[in-house]
Design a protein around this ligand. Structure first.
Ligand SMILES: NC(=O)c1ccc[n+]([C@@H]2O[C@H](COP(=O)([O-])OP(=O)(O)OC[C@H]3O[C@@H](n4cnc5c(N)ncnc54)[C@H](O)[C@@H]3O)[C@@H](O)[C@H]2O)c1
Length: 263
């Protein structure tokens, strides 16, 4: 029996990277999944991968910052799969590496619409359904960038810090309803978002340097975040609520230090 047998899940940002790996993992463990992304081709590939493996999946192309679309994701799961137990609000954008003084208000607004309003809408619509239907698990993708500086641009980091706070306040507002709300904070993971960095390092023969700042001494793979998402989606995490779960190879465990000089 799968770890998500009889569960119904929505996964956003499922065309690529962490979202794709998680949607596949959820389906492999028995969940019926609704996948969503703005990018239709990749989403179609994810859908086919799940179907080919015998999973039940429906796909929706659209933006997680659209309130009607998010409401429809919940309704599709209810209509087609008979309910909703898990919502993984994972879609996100990096916003590039623009320096603080060059950022414009428009840069902030377009990034916050996806990275923060997306998770807010997921919690609002999935939480409303779940609290009236026996509970559930809402998971949002934050980042180590939301814990401290050094892992992304100013507006990206601020958006992820806001997601961590959002899951705390949402978990508390949903007190006693059986709805748990948690965040995952990935470190450096090889996905569509970070591909340029990996491509650049490989082309320069510096691949081995990637991830050397963390004690595990490598970058992570999307499946390693999907494993955390799977845990949080399942009843195995029934006592985990309002938390920011860090999966970063240990990157955030230490202050900066010179390797070999101080352990
Ligand atoms: N890769 C990393 O190192 C890393 C680290 C920390 C956090 N994250 C977070 O992980 C999440 C997943 O990113 P990833 O690394 O898998 O990158 P990715 O680019 O491979 O996947 C992100 C997906 O989100 C989709 N998306 C973007 N805007 C959307 C919108 N408005 N509506 C619906 N879908 C949209 C993209 O099309 C893409 O398929 C993001 O929230 C990202 O910020 C990534």
């Amino acid at each position: 029996m799968g770890r998500l047998e009889n569960k119904r899940a929505v996964v956003t940002g499922a065309a690529s990277g962490i979202g794709r790996a998680s949607a596949i993992a959820f389906a492999e463990q028995g969940a019926r999944v609704v996948v969503c992304d703005v990018e239709a081709t990749g989403l179609g590939e994810t859908t086919e991968l799940i179907r080919d493996a015998g999973g039940q999946v429906r796909s929706v192309v659209g933006s997680v910052s659209d309130p009607e679309l998010v409401e429809d994701l919940v309704q599709q799961s209810v209509r087609e799969h008979g309910g909703l137990d898990v919502f993984f609000a994972n879609a996100g954008v990096s916003g590039g590496l623009t320096q603080l003084f060059d950022l414009q208000v428009e840069d902030w607004l377009s990034l916050l619409k996806v990275n923060l309003i997306g998770p807010f809408l997921a919690i609002k619509h999935a939480g409303r359904y779940m609290r009236e239907n026996g509970g559930g698990s809402i998971i949002c993708t934050a980042s180590v960038a939301g814990i401290r500086s050094g892992a992304g641009s100013t507006h990206y980091s601020a958006s992820k810090a806001a997601v961590i706070n959002l899951v705390q306040t949402a978990a508390c507002q949903l007190t006693g309803t059986g709805v748990r709300v948690n965040a995952i904070c990935p470190g450096l993971i090889e996905t569509g978002m970070t591909q340029p960095l990996f491509d650049y390092a490989r082309a320069a023969g510096k691949e081995k340097k990637i991830g050397q700042l963390n004690p595990t001494r490598r970058a992570g793979q999307p499946q390693e975040i999907a494993h955390m998402a799977l845990f949080l989606a399942s009843d195995e995490s029934s006592y985990v609520n309002g938390q920011a779960c860090v999966v970063d190879g240990g990157l955030s465990a230490s202050h900066p230090f010179v390797p070999g000089k101080l352990a």
